[in-house]
Design a binder for this molecule. Structure first.
Ligand code: C5P
Length: 233
């Protein structure tokens, strides 16, 4: 049954706007939303809490398999389609910690470990529930949902992505330096693109969208337009 539920995947590098655009598209369609990056961030954090060595593949994979990760929409997020849900990891509210670039770097390190990725596949596929799913990440269209009805690969220039991430962190009260943020993002993307398993790359049948000079609304409209053309009814 879940195989009949439509999936729309949005992959791309850090700061390409995947999260915001995916949440808005999911809200427009009335679908579920999966932030797969948050799962990798949460596993990195759970492993750090348990003082597991992040290069110990089996130990981190075991952490991934037993982690209890929940997304919750609280009263302050309700009604705001672009708001990020709270992320509860092993019973603790980890929303703030997960937004830090250190959490992104830890996620990228453990995401290169094949056993960790394997431990998260079924969990991610479990988010495919009626009436549909918008899934964002790096390998949603290539590995996790290769049969997705529509696959989008978002990009934006490194300068634009760093500027967006900077603005996002500052607005959440997290201090950040633009130059070091750009260097961190580029290093993370480099690792994500060059890893042996599930590297960051567009699926062969993905629609490419460079949104460097597009507004969020225009990007959402573009994705919705592609979806209208693709939908089977
Ligand atoms: O999207 P976000 O920046 O939260 O992702 C954090 C890290 O998690 C990425 O840099 C990437 O290494 C990893 N990731 C991944 N596959 C996904 C989503 C995220 O490898 N589907």
């Amino acid at each position: 049954m879940p195989k009949t539920v439509p999936v729309l995947t949005i992959d791309g590098p850090s700061g390409s706007g995947k999260g915001t655009i995916s949440r808005l598209v999911a809200a427009r369609l009335g679908w579920h939303y999966l932030d797969s990056g948050a799962l990798y961030r949460a596993v990195g954090l759970a492993a750090a809490w348990e003082q597991v060595d992040l290069s110990d593949e089996a130990a981190v994979a075991a952490c991934a398999a037993r982690a209890d990760i929940r997304f919750e929409t609280g009263p302050s997020e309700a009604g705001d389609a672009a708001a990020e849900p709270r992320v509860i990891v092993n019973g603790k509210d980890a929303t703030h910690q997960l937004r830090m670039e250190t959490a992104g770097a830890a996620a990228s390190a453990i995401a290169a470990l094949p056993a960790v990725r394997a431990a998260l596949v079924d969990l991610q596929r479990g988010y495919r529930r009626a009436p549909g799913l918008v899934a964002d990440g790096r390998d949603m269209g290539t590995v996790v949902f290769p049969q997705a009805t529509l696959k989008v690969f978002l990009t934006a220039s490194a300068a634009e992505r760093a500027a967006r991430r900077h603005k996002q962190l500052i607005s959440k009260g997290i201090s950040a330096n633009l130059d070091s943020l750009r260097a961190d993002l580029e290093m993370r993307d480099e690792r994500d693109r060059n890893r042996a398993v599930a590297p960051l790359k567009p699926a062969e049948d993905a629609m490419l969208l460079d949104n460097s000079s597009l507004s969020v609304e225009a990007s959402v409209e573009q994705v919705m337009g592609w979806w209208q053309q693709r939908r089977p009814f």
